[in-house]
Design a protein around this ligand. Structure first.
Ligand code: BGC
Ligand code: NOJ
Length: 812
């Protein structure tokens, strides 16, 4: 069963049945002000931080699911219904939801009335716009009652779920004309409030939830809507809401637009009040003025669309396969923007309360984002580096509002520093801007400790070699990329989190082959950078360290058929044929083959063959095998998950691309692409019922072969999967890869492909790349020409800005 389809021309996913297997959401907003919106209009909005500046209440893990959002109710005398079907769930004559690039349109029709709502956050605006178009599609006059509904909660979202003795007494609103202001706590330490308005006269309102909904009713049948009569209630404490009441009359064929604005304002300290106790609304009124007509709203939407045109024009493919084209040109890039904005903080699987911006996560996200908006990427990587410690270690997360390292989550994840090298080098390779290396960047947010960004990279590199274990391999610390492989944790207490418990690394021999491979891979980028900067001594030193690491991996990290995963606290092997469970893992085999360690000795081929044989499944590559079936105190969280889920033998889509990239290093384009299509959303659209999560974005995890329901996905949207798959397909399979000195072209594709075309904007000029594969090979470039001039090698050097070039590539 399918619930929708792609519309590539409009870059939308069109949902035609509201009863999707899980709420299928979209993100509105691009910078500062954001909203999550499901296909039935559930969700919430926030300014920068979903924990401290959430405007409205959202109840995660609720029954029914996804209850609460921005709801419009129509009472036509016979029926009460919502354009997005929920929450009344009155059967509609037609329903459609179109999720586009940072906007969503939901349209419902019932008994000759059609209601379409366009939701978006205009560029540079701290507000969500909801343009409602009401039309009479019948032959008779239609009179009906229209209600809006929004439930405020502009305070700490965590305390919203626990501190009722306080919160039930603090709520305050102001009502002026058609605007309802939520000003709770504004008087003390807050300089911010929220508002909800409509650009027409209202015939009534409600601001007290229990009065509007009724204590014994639910969102499905609010008392006021059923009665068809607002009460003009004024909230004093308890739960403030904002509901407008509008009487509508439409002639046959007539349409009417209403513009609702849900916004957020911050005022300067000396500008907070209009008069005693009355908030200064000037800034809100400015925004309302900007969007007080449907025409102004349409113009703002056109601007948003133009913005996305620019972003998505940087890399476009014409491959002849719609599925690949829509992944590469639209949805994968869109998801990369979303992960850039949110890291792992707010989705339908991340509460927006628990997790800040991840040091590792946000660096990796740049891989898929940097070409879209290099300036924003530059600032991000500086923000991230500013939280690093002087010894190279890092806070694992930081809060977006303060940009300061998050003490509660701690640090000690020994892979973290290496990702900074990835973040910075990705930025330089895309932009050609080496000046970032001279930026003075603080340590631990302390300006007085600032050093150049280049020094941050040296310190990151050194952090690995300063923390080696008995096999001369990197000590794992709290954990590496697999933050459930907690080798120093030994937790016996069910009440503690593996992620934050005090680790016991004193005397530990726990080493990671994943960090070892990562170090070799990005260590080489560091070396190249040193050479380009004329730092030959540092380059030689680093080369020596990388060579030593390669040697240690070959000597102490090879298990005969594949790379070991780790050594535990006591120095015992993990991910070895000697183990009963968890004999083989993706991470080390991905990174070591990406870095081509032992390639000449045949290690890479053997390792990837073993991955194929033991980890590959119909739905993707499982993380490890056999799955753990009992708790191993010396391994931690990984062994707490049932077999086939999450890090315990789930298909962890984030790390599948490491194997794809390893395969492209071997030149096996057919296998690499097969892995790519197994988890790529557009290619598995037909199994959307089983897959369950949104068919237009990647999920972090798909249940593995040992799970109850293999193929079922969870944790959609906020995952490194987006950036890594984007890198795998564009840079390694299609083989168009930014480099310090230009753009490399070296595809590794299925043999049967005749070729493909890519338009790539790069450092101010445009390349029209035409790849031909006349001899049907997977890898190997016979000739490249730029405007018919043949070049030597596969690097397109830096060219003159503002020009277009024809690049012809012949494989063979
Ligand atoms: C999950 C990981 C996640 C970590 C940090 C673990 O429970 O399995 O995927 O990264 O928590 O929140
Ligand atoms: C999710 C985290 O966000 C990511 O950083 C981590 O590496 C994976 N889990 C694997 O455990």
């Amino acid at each position: 069963m399918k619930y929708g389809h792609f519309d590539d021309a409009t870059r939308e996913y069109v949902i035609t049945n509201p009863q999707t297997p899980f709420p299928w959401i979209n993100y509105l907003g691009n910078k500062d002000f954001f909203s999550l919106i499901s296909n039935t209009a559930g969700g919430y909005s926030f300014y920068k931080d979903a924990k401290f500046r959430r405007l409205n209440r959202y109840r995660y893990n609720n029954v029914p699911m996804d209850d609460g959002g921005r709801y419009f109710y129509i009472n036509d005398g016979e029926n009460i219904w919502n354009p997005g079907w929920k929450p009344s769930k009155t059967e509609l004559d037609s329903y459609e939801c179109r999720h586009g690039m940072n906007y969503t349109k939901i349209k419902g029709e019932k008994n000759g009335i059609s209601a379409e709502v366009l939701f978006f956050v205009p560029l540079n605006t701290w507000a969500e716009i909801q343009k409602v178009t009401l039309s009479n599609t019948s032959n008779e006059v239609k009179k009906f009652k229209f209600f809006s509904y929004n439930e405020w909660a502009l305070w700490n979202a965590a305390s919203d779920m626990e501190n009722f003795q306080r919160n039930f007494s603090t709520g305050e609103v102001e009502i002026e004309d058609s605007v309802i202001y939520h000003k709770t706590e504004y008087r003390e330490r807050r300089n911010h409030f929220a508002y909800y308005s409509v650009n027409t006269n209202i015939q009534g309102f409600d601001t007290d939830r229990e009065t509007f909904v009724g204590l014994y009713n639910s969102h499905a049948n609010p008392q006021v809507v059923s009665a068809g009569k607002p009460t003009n209630s004024h909230a004093h404490g308890w739960s403030p809401i904002a509901s407008h009441y509008i009487e509508v009359e439409l002639q046959p064929g007539e349409s009417k637009d209403l513009v609702f604005v849900l916004g957020y304002v911050e005022n300067d300290e000396d500008d907070k009040w209009e008069s005693k106790g009355i908030i200064n609304k000037t800034k809100a009124k400015e925004v309302l003025e900007r969007f007080n007509t449907a025409q102004k709203v349409d113009a703002a939407l056109a601007e948003l669309k133009a913005y996305w045109d620019t972003i998505l024009n940087v890399f476009t493919i014409d491959s002849g396969d719609d599925r690949l084209d829509r992944q590469v040109n639209i949805w994968n890039q869109y998801q990369c923007m979303i992960t850039f904005n949110f890291s792992r903080s707010a989705s339908y699987f991340e509460s927006g309360i628990g997790r800040g911006m991840g040091f590792r996560d946000s660096n990796q996200d740049l891989l898929g984002f940097v070409h879209q908006a290099p300036k924003r990427a530059r600032q991000r990587v500086i923000d991230i580096a500013s939280t690093q410690f002087l010894d190279g270690g890092c806070y694992h997360q930081y809060q977006p509002l303060t940009k300061r390292g998050n003490n509660e989550v701690g640090g000690g994840f020994n892979d973290d520093p290496m990702w900074l090298i990835l973040g910075v080098t990705s930025y330089i390779k895309e932009s050609g801007d080496f000046t970032i290396l001279d930026e003075m960047v603080p340590f631990d947010n302390d300006e007085s400790l600032a050093q150049s960004m280049f020094n941050h990279l040296t310190i990151s590199f050194n952090h690995v070699i300063n923390n080696l274990g008995p096999n001369k391999l990197p000590l794992i610390g709290r954990a590496d990329w697999n933050d459930c492989l907690n080798l120093n944790c030994f937790s016996n207490d069910p009440n503690e989190s593996f992620q934050t418990t005090e680790n016991n690394s004193e005397g530990s021999k726990a080493e990671s082959l994943m960090i070892a491979g990562l170090f070799v891979y990005y260590g080489r980028d560091y070396i190249e950078l040193c050479k380009l900067l004329g730092k030959s001594e540092e380059a030689a030193r680093a080369q020596n360290e990388v060579d030593t690491m390669v040697k240690s991996i070959k000597e102490n990290g090879w298990d005969g058929q594949w790379f070991l995963r780790a050594y535990d606290f006591y120095g015992n092997k993990i991910g070895s044929k000697e183990n009963e469970e968890g004999k083989i893992f993706i991470e080390s085999n991905g990174w070591c083959t990406m870095a081509k360690i032992g390639n000449d000795e045949g290690m890479c081929k053997k390792a990837l063959d073993a991955v194929k044989e033991r980890l590959d499944t119909k739905y993707g590559i499982v993380l490890n095998n056999p799955a753990y079936t009992k708790y191993h105190i010396e391994m931690g969280e990984i062994s707490t998950y049932p077999a086939g889920y999450k890090e315990n033998a789930g298909i962890f889509c984030h790390n599948n691309p490491w194997i794809m990239i390893g395969e492209t290093e071997l030149g096996r384009g057919d296998i690499a692409y097969d892995y790519y299509t197994k988890i790529s959303p557009a290619f598995i659209e037909d199994i959307q019922e089983l897959h369950k999560t949104e068919p237009y974005v990647y999920s972090q995890m798909i249940a593995g072969k040992d799970a109850f329901k293999p193929g079922e996905a969870k944790n959609s949207w906020l995952t490194g999967t987006a950036a890594w798959n984007y890198a795998a397909i564009t840079q390694h399979i299609l083989g168009i890869k930014p480099a310090f000195k230009g753009l490399e072209i070296n595809p590794c594709i299925p043999k049967k492909w005749d070729g493909f075309k890519v338009k790539r904007k790069f450092r101010g000029y445009t390349l029209n790349i035409d790849v031909k594969n006349p001899n049907h090979v997977s890898k190997g470039v016979k000739q490249i020409s730029i405007d018919d001039n043949v070049i030597i090698g596969d690097l397109i050097p830096v060219l003159e800005k503002n020009k277009e070039y024809a690049v012809k590539v012949v494989m063979g």
